[in-house]
Design a protein around this ligand. Structure first.
Ligand SMILES: *Cc1c(COP(=O)(O)O)cnc(C)c1O
Length: 966
């Protein structure tokens, strides 16, 4: 028999790996919902008025191997040059044990933000190590658990200062030798809120007039180490805050900013083991003095205690703070940079204080030798005091020097027509220093050798600015220095956490879908990883092509005309999008338009972002079906017609509802002069089915870390592209430091032109492998799975905001469904939080708790979960409902039942003493499958109130574990 030709086709299509349910599962799921097919379900739940007219024009799907080969070809167009540019980005050696066991390990990269404290103790310990490391190195009282990048962190420090100081001035002073990208982002962020920025920090300037804060760089962007004490004193005399942007490696050798009066210290941790990655992702940091702590932006991990009194970590103070404080929130930061922060903290754990100092001394010594050699060659070095960076006067030879370096495969920094900057780092070798001399030497000069300086050279660090204080003395930084110990420490932490590599994480609004291994592989390719963001454009051709392809594909998916990938989280995309709307109004002479309508269902970042661009938030109502209240919207539009700037809606809404009036809503707002912002966090319910750019949106952000497969990393990195219709394209973010953008473009919103560039290959791979049909099927399956859960659980729980669609059991939802537990609170005393914690005993990460409605759980299964896993979750929820019935029936008391006591630790279940009304087996193994595979929560229920009352955000002293040593 002849071989059929179809056997020559590739055997496995990627979409069949990405999408959990197969055809048989799909049929069974449709039957449970009561619909004939997936297509029939989509026809019922997605309003016909918004369906796409035509498909997405994308390349046909391909296999993992083909996509990797194609991307390798694009990557190869980047030129991996040795970088001496500095300016905030440096070469670093990622220790192999950290590269493989954290950066490339799904136990770390597929975890979610640690809102459920009990299943996140491992990553929170790593973040507490990060906070302790930052506090110690900067000499500050408190540090948070990562910021998006150095430039935005500096901008956040400015607004933190504005909120905290006595000075009533609106004027900010920024030293001229702060990194230029930081100055650019500070300017972008200050303008819309009426803060003026004066660049230049001469003592005379600081004596003239009032100001609320001063920002300076230590060491400066050109490498100079300033003695900043007098400036700090001068700022304090004006009741202003003194903000220092500092390099952590330098701080191992330099007097810490806390010692000379800094109020806030910010910076990047990239050189602690994260590759440059064309600008990101990296964790920035923000540390401040104690008096500012309650106004700090970002995520802060604190130490509290669990139900048994043992130390336990939790997110402190700011937990979900935008959701509570909305437009009064301290910042809009939601997704941050947790994975890079974990890498940086582990780099510090592995090297320890002595190792870090050794690395820094080596860099400083090479810098001193480089400087001495250049002077011997007759060149003028204009940075007498330096750590790793020097500025050299190259005069008329500047271009020739830069060209000689490029010829040899290296980049120097052109600081002016007469000056070249050279930055060294951990990867610098003797050969590098000698090569640098050869590129800078005047023709015919005799070249020095590093061995000429065998006797040592004078340090460029002034004696009085040498650090004398100890840092990182906690045992965690002084124990795990062998690779065996390090490997086990990393493993012991990841074992404490529940990530996607163990179970589904059905978090509504967060889209925890598969992060395929083939999508992850390219991010550590040297052609993507070892690229400086400010390298010459002709070396970034691969990144340029990646950017063009990805933005083109995302335009297809969204129906928009232009996209910028610069924002490095959804919140930053919101900020950039609103700024574009504001700039558009200004361009038409309508700068007064400043009202932003936001429905009460909105995610907290929406009002927080609106406030940051200087808009006033007006909240509009929703009806009992979860739709925007059209009458109220019309009334608000009329009332604010003269000043209406925009509306921010989420579609499908955060209630998981496809509002059938969305087109009308958009039209009403536009008729009153406003623009429509559609929060694209729920794009997983739309790709291939409906496009916001077609049904009325003017601007959206996407969350590539939700819909387009970038892993959540335990709370970042993310990418939040901002997408706009044609007439707003001229207002997308520029990056003037990198020479990008025209007059009309808004300023940079991230430190690097392409933001978190190094994770973009993940989304590229996903779209390339799925193709238009695969993506559409993914969307439809995500909706199918949510409706399957709603249908099956509707017999046991109230499904909130559903019931509008006839013939769909469960009432019909979008890609997520809300379980209303409030009635059960009344009948049994069991809260939504108790159910969330009890799910841990069943081996699950809880759904989104009390957002967008208090007392509910919002379940989003995504297309990637198999029917087996969906059923396992449904079975757990049904079993939990039966447990609640036991309480309702009085079999178990309201005070002592497996729900209020959850989660149960091994320590509790294994103790000799057992006083509960239910058995140990009910506590630990409520369903039989747990007997074979059991996840044990490492701590019991964490006490939130105690944690905020007794705020403690550093490594736990060993004495707290004294009972373990009995
Ligand atoms: C996740 C989310 C955001 C914020 O995105 P980040 O990337 O976390 O900043 C905004 N809106 C909605 C509806 C979201 O779900």
């Amino acid at each position: 028999m002849p071989t059929p030709l179809h056997l020559l086709e590739d055997a496995t299509e990627f979409h069949a790996r990405h999408i959990g349910p197969d055809a048989a599962d799909e049929a069974a799921m449709c039957a449970a919902i009561g619909v004939a097919s997936r297509a029939a379900l989509i026809d019922k739940v997605v309003p016909a008025s918004i369906r796409r007219g035509q498909g997405m024009d994308l390349p046909a799907a391909c296999t993992e191997q083909q996509a990797l080969a194609e991307l390798k070809g694009i990557a190869a167009k980047n030129k991996v040059f040795k970088s001496f540019i500095g300016q905030g980005y440096y070469g670093t050696h990622t220790p192999g044990v950290i590269l493989r066991n954290i950066l490339e390990n799904p136990a770390w990269y597929t975890a979610y933000t640690p809102y459920q404290a009990e299943i996140s103790q491992g990553r929170m310990e790593a973040l507490v190590n990060f906070q302790t490391m930052v506090c110690d190195l900067t000499g500050m009282d408190i540090a948070n658990g990562s910021m998006l990048d150095e430039a935005t962190s500096a901008a956040e420090a400015v607004t933190l200062a504005k909120r905290s100081v006595k000075s009533k001035s609106n004027r900010l002073i920024v030293a001229g030798d702060v990194h230029p990208q930081t100055i650019e982002v500070i300017r972008t962020r200050c303008a819309p809120i009426g803060l003026t920025v004066d660049v230049g920090m001469a003592p005379e300037l600081m004596n003239q007039g009032d100001y609320f804060a001063v920002v300076c760089q230590y060491p400066s962007t050109t490498g100079l180490i300033h003695d900043l004490k007098a400036f700090a004193d001068q700022a304090h005399a004006k009741d202003a805050a003194f903000i220092v942007c500092a390099d952590l490696l330098a701080l191992t050798l330099l007097v810490e900013p806390g010692a000379f009066g800094a109020d806030i210290v910010v910076g990047n941790t990239q050189r602690f083991g994260m590759p440059m990655g064309c600008g990101g992702p990296h964790a920035a940091y923000l540390a401040c003095k104690d008096a500012f702590k309650r106004s700090m932006p970002g995520r802060l991990v604190g130490v509290s205690k669990d139900a048994q009194g043992h130390p336990a970590y939790r997110l402190a103070l700011q937990t979900r703070e935008q959701h509570i404080r909305r437009e009064k929130a301290t910042s809009n930061i939601c997704t941050a940079q947790v994975l890079p922060a974990v890498v940086a903290s582990m780099y510090a754990v592995y090297h320890g204080p002595q190792g870090l100092k050794r690395i820094a001394e080596r860099v400083a010594s090479y810098t001193a030798i480089l400087s001495a050699g250049l002077q011997k060659l007759g060149l003028k070095v204009v940075t007498p005091h330096a750590f790793d960076t020097i500025l050299v006067e190259t005069g008329a030879r500047t271009e020739a020097v830069l060209a000689a370096a490029v010829q040899a495969g290296a980049n120097l920094r052109k600081v002016s027509a007469q000056h070249v900057g050279i930055a060294l780092d951990e990867t610098t070798t003797r050969a590098d220093v000698e090569a640098l001399w050869s590129w800078l030497a005047p023709a015919g000069a005799a070249l020095p050798k590093v061995s000429d300086y065998a006797q040592g050279v004078e340090s460029l660090i002034p004696a009085h600015l040498r650090r004398s204080s100890a840092f990182m003395t906690h045992p965690v930084f002084n124990t795990h220095h062998s690779e065996t110990e390090m490997l086990r420490y990393i493993r012991s932490l990841s074992d404490k956490d529940l990530a996607l590599d163990r179970a589904m994480i059905p978090l509504g609004s967060c889209t925890m879908k598969l992060n395929a291994t083939s999508e992850m592989i390219p991010i550590t390719w040297p052609e993507f990883a070892h690229i400086h963001p400010f390298a010459p454009q002709d070396q970034l051709t691969g990144y340029t092509e990646l950017n063009e392809l990805l933005t083109g594909w995302l335009c297809q998916a969204t129906g928009y005309a232009g996209i910028s990938l610069q924002p490095n989280a959804g919140s930053q995309g919101e900020y950039a999008g609103l700024l574009a709307i504001k700039a558009w109004h200004e361009s038409r002479g309508e700068a007064h338009r400043n009202i932003c309508l936001i429905p009460e269902s909105a995610h907290g970042t929406n009002p927080a972002s609106a406030q940051m661009v200087g808009m006033s938030v007006v909240v509009t109502k929703c009806d009992k079906e979860g739709n925007i209240d059209l009458a109220d919207l019309k009334a608000q539009c009329e009332k604010h017609a003269a000043n209406l700037a925009a509306i921010m809606i989420t579609y499908p809404s955060t209630y998981g509802v496809f509002d059938t009036h969305v087109k009308e809503i958009c039209a009403v707002v536009k008729a009153h002069g406003g623009r429509v912002y559609v929060d694209g966090a729920n794009m997983n319910a739309l790709v291939g089915v409906a496009a916001p750019g077609q049904f009325g949106g003017d601007v959206s952000h996407l969350n590539l870390h939700k819909t387009f497969c970038i892993p959540h990393g335990g709370g970042g990195p993310g990418v939040g592209p901002v997408c706009v219709v044609e007439d707003l394209v001229p207002f997308l973010p520029a990056h003037r430091t990198a020479g990008l953008g025209k007059e009309t473009n808004i300023g940079a919103v991230s430190a690097a032109p392409l933001g978190n560039a190094a994770v973009l290959p993940i989304s590229w791979m996903y779209i390339r492998m799925m193709g238009a049909d695969g993506l559409t099927k993914a969307t439809e399956t995500a909706i199918l799975s949510a409706n399957y859960i709603a249908a099956r659980l509707s017999e046991h729980y109230d499904i909130h905001f559903s019931g509008g669609i006839a013939g769909v059991k469960g009432g019909g939802v979008a890609h997520e469904c809300i379980l209303d537990l409030r009635p059960l609170k009344d009948s049994s005393g069991v809260s939504a939080e108790d159910v969330a914690k009890r799910l841990i005993d069943y081996g699950f990460h809880a759904p989104t708790l009390s957002f967008p409605v208090a007392g509910t759980l919002m379940v989003e299964p995504t297309e990637s979960e198999s029917r087996y896993e969906l059923d396992r979750f449904i079975d757990a929820m049904v079993a939990i409902r039966q447990e609640i019935e036991m309480v309702e029936a009085g079999e178990w008391s309201r005070e002592d039942n497996p729900l209020v006591n959850a989660p149960h630790t091994a320590l509790v279940c294994g103790a000799n003493e057992w006083t509960h009304a239910y058995g140990r087996e009910v506590a630990a193994f409520p369903v039989p499958s747990l007997r074979r595979a059991k996840y044990w929560a490492p701590v019991g229920r964490v006490d939130n109130v105690y944690g905020d009352r007794n705020l403690f955000c550093s490594c736990v002293p060993m004495s707290a574990f004294a009972d373990e040593q009995e």
